[in-house]
Design a protein around this ligand. Structure first.
Ligand code: HEC
Ligand code: HEC
Ligand code: HEC
Ligand code: HEC
Ligand code: HEC
Ligand code: HEC
Length: 334
């Protein structure tokens, strides 16, 4: 086939267009598209170069491990290239010590399980308790016989959602899109290292976003009423509806607000997470009276070091920060 100069020119124009469009596109998640490496998780005959899996018998689906243990080969902190989702504490004594040095006092955006996560039930995290089936609190979804597994929330071969979150978690029967650069924005100046791109402070949430719907896929009955009077805490509601029109939250000083530590030092914590309407990371993380309260204002998706996966020690009597999170919006502190 001979290529005419004209055809060549249009080819260059086409390539140029693809590059421009490609340049504006969002980087695909790892474990998807070009970053889906079969050999991360699969082995064809139960062995590779002297390493055997399940004593050479292999695991179902040709996997290198079963369920959660497969993912934790890399995500337990021992692989410096993969985000660590396991803190060094235990269910009885949870901590937030991870192998990655996150700058935020709340560490990784997703939060963390504890080192005994697969053997013990933990009130501060989702239970990867591999011994029995679990039913979602305020829901009907029940896990498989080995507790909650990573793939109950994440698609192992990638999805179009942020962090490869499943499109239909739990009992959801329609796709729930939590899409990067629509529902959630990552600070593009922080993409180089794990400590940068998975940091709590690097992730911002648009309002509206579908995180609530996503969590409701399992926790159906945590949905609040749609207007006051409330019988369950409102979600996706602006702080402008508070008695003081959100002015205490907006000012960001006084009850609830304070030093850079959480649970230690003096009373008060840095501003907790909110959702805000916008189309850039800077816009969705701008504080003001139009900020909205949503599930991740109070909870970490994986877990935290505090009861009920909360960001602050809400159930630790006597702790200087016991009421800090609620006070940032409700200003009930003395
Ligand atoms: C062979 C090692 C390895 C295994 C096994 C592994 N991962 Fe990963 N995972 C990685 C690496 C490396 C990254 C990318 C880190 C980065 O962003 O540079 C990653 C990233 C991720 C991300 C973030 C994706 C993004 O770009 O937002 C999720 C979610 C994830 N892994 C879930 C899982 C789950 C669930 C399993 C088990 C089904 C699993 N991983 C198994 C190495 C692994
Ligand atoms: C991050 C880990 C991970 C990676 C990487 C991965 N897989 Fe999988 N794969 C799984 C898991 C876990 C299952 C079990 C089914 C499930 O949980 O969805 C599975 C199941 C499968 C299945 C059987 C079920 C189905 O969905 O058809 C096939 C086929 C498969 N994988 C092919 C691949 C190929 C081909 C690649 C590379 C292009 C790949 N996988 C990369 C984790 C992975
Ligand atoms: C109950 C649902 C759920 C389960 C179970 C779960 N994840 Fe996640 N995970 C999430 C959500 C939601 C995010 C995104 C959080 C954010 O950035 O706000 C996330 C984020 C991540 C990230 C990005 C790094 C971070 O900390 O933000 C990785 C890697 C990851 N998960 C891996 C895993 C692995 C491995 C497992 C199993 C050991 C697992 N997840 C179990 C919901 C879950
Ligand atoms: C795939 C189903 C599933 C999804 C999706 C899910 N959860 Fe859960 N969650 C469960 C199950 C099952 C339990 C009960 C067992 C346990 O405590 O881990 C639970 C328990 C909890 C608890 C109580 C934890 C404790 O130990 O007291 C909180 C808080 C929670 N989930 C918050 C969330 C939030 C917030 C989201 C969305 C980011 C979410 N969940 C998404 C299945 C799910
Ligand atoms: C304003 C903060 C806040 C928001 C927003 C919030 N929660 Fe909670 N959640 C809590 C607190 C605090 C607890 C502990 C129980 C209590 O004291 O009310 C809790 C407990 C839970 C529990 C465990 C209940 C039990 O019986 O132990 C689940 C499940 C849960 N939340 C899911 C969600 C989901 C899903 C969303 C979003 C749809 C959400 N929460 C939004 C503060 C919040
Ligand atoms: C990010 C802001 C924010 C945080 C944090 C927050 N709330 Fe709220 N809360 C709201 C908003 C907004 C409303 C709705 C106000 C309205 O409609 O009058 C609300 C409503 C309420 C109501 C019902 C009030 C009424 O007038 O019906 C109670 C009670 C409540 N919150 C308690 C709490 C507790 C306890 C905590 C801590 C676990 C908490 N809130 C954390 C923003 C927040």
């Amino acid at each position: 086939m001979s290529i005419t100069p004209k055809a060549l020119l249009s080819l260059f124009v086409l390539v140029g267009l693809v590059l421009v469009v490609g340049g504006a596109a969002v980087a695909a998640n790892y474990h998807s598209g070009a970053d889906l490496h079969c050999s991360d998780c699969h082995v064809m005959h139960g062995s590779y170069n002297g390493t055997t899996y399940n004593g050479g018998s292999g695991f179902d689906n040709l996997l290198k491990g079963s369920a959660t243990s497969l993912c934790l080969v890399c995500h337990d902190g021992t692989d410096a290239t993969a985000p660590d989702v396991i803190a060094s504490g235990t269910a009885a004594s949870p901590n937030d010590t991870l192998s990655v040095a996150y700058a935020s006092p709340w560490k990784s955006s997703g939060g963390y399980f504890q080192s005994d996560a697969t053997t013990v039930v933990n009130n501060a995290a989702h239970d990867l308790y591999a011994t029995s089936a679990l039913t979602a609190t305020h829901g009907t979804w029940t896990s498989g016989s080995s507790g909650i597994v990573c793939t109950d929330c994440h698609g192992p071969h990638g999805t179009t959602n942020y962090r490869n979150l499943l499109l239909q978690p739990g009992t959801a029967s329609a796709d729930i899109n939590v899409t990067e650069s629509a529902d959630v924005y990552i600070d593009s100046t922080q993409t180089g290292t794990l400590a940068g791109k998975y940091n709590h402070a690097t992730i911002g949430y648009n309002a509206p976003n579908d995180v609530k719907e996503w969590c409701l896929g399992c926790h159906t009955n945590t949905a609040s009423d749609t207007a006051s009077p409330w019988a369950k805490h409102p979600q996706d509601v602006e702080v402008s509806t508070l008695d003081d029109s959100g002015s205490h939250w907006d000012t960001g000083t006084g009850a609830g607000f304070g030093d850079s530590t959480v649970g230690g030092g003096s009373s008060g914590i840095p501003r907790i997470r909110f959702a805000e309407s916008g189309t850039t990371f800077a816009e969705v993380t701008t504080d003001g009276t139009t900020n909205e309260v949503f599930c991740l204002t109070c909870h970490k998706p994986h877990g935290s070091k505090y009861d009920s996966t909360l960001l602050w020690p809400h159930y630790t009597d006597g702790n200087v920060d016991q009421t800090s999170g609620c006070d940032q919006c409700h200003n009930k502190g003395a």
